[in-house]
Structures are given as structure tokens and as C-alpha cells.
Write a protein that binds this ligand. Structure first.
Ligand SMILES: Nc1ncnc2c1ncn2[C@@H]1O[C@H](COP(=O)(O)OP(=O)(O)OP(=O)(O)O)[C@@H](O)[C@H]1O
Ligand SMILES: [Mg+2]
Length: 309
């Protein structure tokens, strides 16, 4: 829907909590926190220590054909945090995730992962170091079963080739057993048991998104990038997905960056929020800090600087 400022309106605004998530504060419920903003209030205090950095983006500049998509973007992603990446449509969120995972190569700037410069590495090299992602559009083999999709994704991690694998000897056998254990862990974690033999293409959309999350988890990544994992879901499916994401953080200690438009979800589950607008960072902080930031409200309402005064 166009706005007076000509900007697309977001699918959610800060003060709107969707019905399914309303009243259920997943993070508070899980960790038994006080709802009245006591010393443990997650909305006012960062949940993750600042000094442990999983990945750093330094002054990224990305453009296509002279059109700037990211301008001077710097960000420290903290170890084990759940960082929400938000901003209006076309702000550059997917481009930033593409830059971290190696699908896009910014013309300027540096990307560091676990202290190592990965700026020049390709997506496969970054994947092998422990960076995995989901896509805005589901990327699964729709003719294969859930189990086969997870196994196929995990196969990318296999070290031993056809000969040793085929002969079923030693290390190859141990590797196979280890792979199956990881897949079974994912099936348990994401509650996929009842559909493990179902063909993916026949599953409802919400379940396919969940399998896609399982696919991304199959490499047991230390940094997981989720591009709109709840897009197109109903509120019940969103609640399930939010619960799984919190489970992954708590049980697997995975650092996560989640692009999400539903502000009820962002406020409930994220440790910190990073806001992009027109390819630039406009705010960064706890959900409570960002929610009240005038620049963020202005960007979301589509008001031009001049109009805002
Ligand atoms: N490969 C590309 N070639 C040219 N332009 C691109 C390319 N990828 C992204 N862009 C442009 O970069 C801008 C940011 O796009 P991006 O997909 O990163 O936005 P987004 O914040 O993820 O938006 P949405 O919320 O709609 O998913 C857009 O103007 C888009 O057209
Ligand atoms: Mg996007």
C-alpha cells in the first residue's frame, strides 16, 4: 500500500501484536522472567555478553550497476545471540544476509567470522566454516521425502567418498552413523517425526518452512541466517516456528540472525534488533530501545525527512 512518502508500508507496525502471539511472551515464558521489567527484563537488558563476537561486518558497501544497496554497514553479531534484522521492503536485508553467506560480494568492506577474514570466501567455503542460511523462497527437493531432504543436505558435509562409503568401512561407517544421529536430533527438535516419510511437495506451506529450517540446521552451523522463516504463516504456525527458533538457540547455542517483518515476533524473541533503511543502518539496540527510536518509526511509516520536520 503506498504511503504519503511513497514508501511501501510494512506488514506489521511496532504497536500491533498479531493475535496468535498476543499475550504470549515466548522468551519470558521460557526463561521464567519477570513480566514487569525487573532486573531480568530481556527487553531492557542485552541477553548476550558484548565481548564475544561471532561475526563482524566492517563498513560494507554493495551496489548493482551503480545503484547502492548497502552503504557503510557495520555490525557485530554476538556469540549465541538472536539478532533480528528489520527494515522496510527493499531496505537491503536479504542483500546483507547474501553478503554474510557469500552469495553477494560487497565492493568494499570486510567480513569476519570467528576472528577470521572470510571476505573473499565463496558460499561453500563459508558453509563449511559453519555459516548456514534459509532462503526467502523455500529451497527443497519437492519430490523427495523429508528424511531424504535432510540426508541430502547433510551429505554436503560428507568427507569420505563413494569407494570407502560403498565398502562401508571404518571412518566412512562412523561418519554415516554420526550423520544419522544429527538428522535424528533435528527430527526430534523440530517435531518432524510424523512426517519423516512424507513427500515434501505434498506438505502444507508451514511444514515445508519447518523442513527448510531443518535443512539449514543439518550442517550443525554455528551461525544460522534465517530470511523470513515465518513469511506467509498463520499465527499458530508462527508461534510454533518461534518456539523452534528459541529451542535451537537454547539447546544448540546457535548464533542466529533472523529477518522478520512481524514486529510482535521480533519484540518477543530477539535479543537485539538491527534496523536497515535504504541500505543504511538507522538503529541498533534492544527491542525496547529500537521500538521507540524516532528514526525507525519514521522509516516504517514512510515519512520523508522533510515531512517529519
Ligand atoms: N542481484 C541484484 N541485482 C540488482 N539489484 C538487486 C539485487 N539484489 C538486490 N537488489 C536490490 O537491492 C535492494 C535491496 O533488496 P533486498 O532484497 O536486499 O531487500 P530486502 O530488505 O530483503 O526487501 P524485502 O523485505 O522485500 O525482502 C532492492 O532495491 C533490490 O532491487
Ligand atoms: Mg528480503
Amino acid at each position: 500500500m503506498p504511503t504519503p512518502g511513497g514508501r511501501p508500508v510494512l506488514r506489521g507496525l511496532f504497536y500491533v501484536r498479531p493475535p496468535g502471539m498476543g499475550g504470549i511472551d515466548l522468551r519470558r515464558a521460557r526463561r521464567g522472567l519477570q513480566a514487569d521489567g525487573g532486573p531480568n527484563d530481556m527487553t531492557s537488558q542485552p541477553a548476550v555478553p558484548e565481548n564475544r563476537i561471532a561475526a563482524s561486518l566492517k563498513d560494507l558497501n554493495l551496489s548493482f550497476g551503480g545503484v547502492s544497496v548497502l552503504t557503510g554497514v557495520s555490525l557485530d553479531i554476538r556469540q549465541e545471540e538472536l539478532l533480528a534484522l528489520i527494515g522496510p521492503n527493499g531496505a537491503g536485508k536479504t542483500s546483507l544476509v547474501n553478503s554474510i553467506s557469500g552469495f553477494y560480494h560487497p565492493q568494499q568492506g570486510g567480513i569476519f567470522f570467528q576472528g577470521r577474514d572470510i571476505t573473499r570466501l565463496n558460499p561453500v567455503q563459508r558453509f563449511k566454516l559453519g555459516i548456514a542460511r534459509t532462503f526467502q523462497n523455500i529451497e527443497l527437493f519437492s519430490g523427495l521425502t523429508v528424511l531424504d531432504n535432510l540426508m541430502a543436505a547433510r551429505n554436503n558435509m560428507m568427507k569420505y567418498g563413494v569407494i570407502s562409503g560403498g565398502l562401508w568401512f571404518g571412518k566412512a561407517r562412523r561418519e554415516e552413523i554420526r550423520h544419522r544421529e544429527v538428522i535424528e536430533d533435528i527430527i526430534d527438535l523440530l517435531e518432524l517425526e510424523s512426517i519423516r516419510q512424507s513427500v515434501v511437495g505434498a506438505l502444507p506451506y508451514g511444514l515445508r518452512k519447518r523442513v527448510d529450517l531443518g535443512r539449514a540446521l543439518s550442517s550443525k552451523p554455528s551461525l544460522l541466517l534465517l530470511d523470513e522463516p515465518m513469511a506467509g504463516m498463520n499465527s499458530e504456525e508462527k508461534e510454533d516456528m518461534a518456539r523452534f527458533i528459541l529451542d535451537i538457540q537454547e539447546l544448540w547455542r546457535t548464533t542466529m540472525v533472523i529477518i522478520e517483518h512481524d514486529m510482535g515476533v521480533v519484540m518477543d524473541i530477539s535479543d537485539r534488533v538491527f534496523v536497515l533503511d535504504f541500505g543504511r543502518k538507522i538503529a541498533e539496540g534492544t527491542p525496547a530501545e529500537v521500538k521507540d527510536d524516532p528514526r525507525v518509526i519514521r522509516a516504517y511509516l514512510g515519512i520523508d525527512e522533510e515531512e517529519a520536520g
